[in-house]
Design a protein around this ligand. Structure first.
Ligand SMILES: [Cu+2]
Length: 336
């Protein structure tokens, strides 16, 4: 990619993060503070003649660049079945405990099933299915069967309400996460949200989580993988990274964008034991995190319940020092 393109993506990243902070004020019912020139943004704006390109690169999201005055609320992904003209249409009813060929389409602004997709994280579409009580999680990769129909075998063990998220980018379009409910008939007992915990045990593996989530701020999460008490240093790439993290807000299952810090082969990212991600939560409260990682040829999932904003009131009137942290957005990947 040429330098101008990189700068454009970089500026886009800043605009997205900045927009998220502004949106927070609106969510909390406070007047959104006027954009504060920060060290990072100011330096960026003065040092880079390409900075004005940010608003162009950010087309379709409204006018809220570094110099923008219009604060717009960014609705988290996954809350809508239809967004920007694209609609997720489940075609199959799933029965409890029966392996099912689950089919669906994504229809586009013209009403026709979309057939052209961009590859993101090595796949054209990622399907995440969770129970609405956030007790179960599946990460699936459906196949295109023709005529815009997607197909994947799925088994939902128990009756209840589930949420399916389609994470994709149509050819020539922006990435989208659409969500649809899947209702599985039968009696069921909703499970209480698992207690807040920074340790997940799965078989011989223990995964520990460090880092905090603070509403409206870039949150760095580091997950450290051990097996039989020893650090795992030979994680295998999965979907172009050493881990894939999905974060969902308890209560409404808002689907957060999480992106890995570094990727295999970039010369600085090690194959464990630590995997680092960045995300920005839109509000305080509980989130469920599901980490997929690959080791010994098998993809494994560690899950956590994390409370965002606990004991860390956000100084809304103070200048935002987020940008002074030197966090590298340079890889330009803000999809996850
Ligand atoms: Cu996927």
């Amino acid at each position: 990619m040429n330098t101008a393109g990189k700068v454009g993506l970089y500026a886009l990243g800043l605009a997205v993060v900045f927009g998220g902070s502004l949106g927070l004020g609106s969510v909390l019912g406070e007047p959104a503070p006027a954009p504060q020139p920060t060290g990072h943004a100011a330096a960026h704006a003065t040092a880079s003649p390409a900075a004005p390109a940010a608003s162009a690169a950010h087309g379709g999201h409204g006018d809220h660049g570094a110099a923008g005055t219009t604060a717009r609320l960014h609705t988290p992904g996954g809350l809508q079945v239809s967004e920007k003209g694209y609609t997720l249409n489940p075609l199959t009813t799933v029965k409890a405990g029966e392996p099912t060929d689950f089919r669906f389409t994504i229809t586009g602004p013209d009403g026709e099933p979309v057939t052209g997709y961009q590859v993101l994280h090595e796949k054209k579409l990622h399907l995440i299915v969770v129970s609405r009580d956030l007790a179960t999680f599946q990460h699936l990769h459906p196949e295109q069967t023709g005529d815009g129909v997607w197909s994947v075998e799925i088994t939902l063990d128990d009756p209840g309400a589930y949420r399916a998220f389609a994470d994709f980018a149509p050819a020539g379009g922006d990435p989208l996460t659409l969500g649809a409910d899947l209702l599985v008939a039968g009696d069921y007992e909703p499970k209480a949200l698992p207690e807040v915990s920074r340790t997940a045990k799965l078989g011989d593996y223990t995964v520990t989580l460090t880092g905090d989530l603070v509403p409206g701020r870039d949150g760095k999460l580091t997950l450290s993988v051990r097996k039989d008490g020893r650090p795992v240093t030979d994680l295998q790439p999965y979907l172009g990274a050493y881990g894939h993290l999905v974060a969902l807000r308890a209560g409404d299952l808002a689907y957060l964008h999480v992106h890995p810090d570094g990727e295999p082969g970039d010369g600085r990212t090690t194959s464990g034991p630590e995997i680092t991600f960045h995300t920005t939560v839109p509000s305080a409260g509980n989130y469920r995190l599901f980490l997929d990682f690959k080791h010994d040829g098998k993809v494994r999932t560690a899950d956590f319940t994390v409370e965002a904003g606990a004991g860390q009131p956000r100084p809304t009137a103070a200048p935002d020092d987020h940008s002074a942290q030197g966090h590298d957005h340079g890889h330009g990947d803000h999809k996850h």
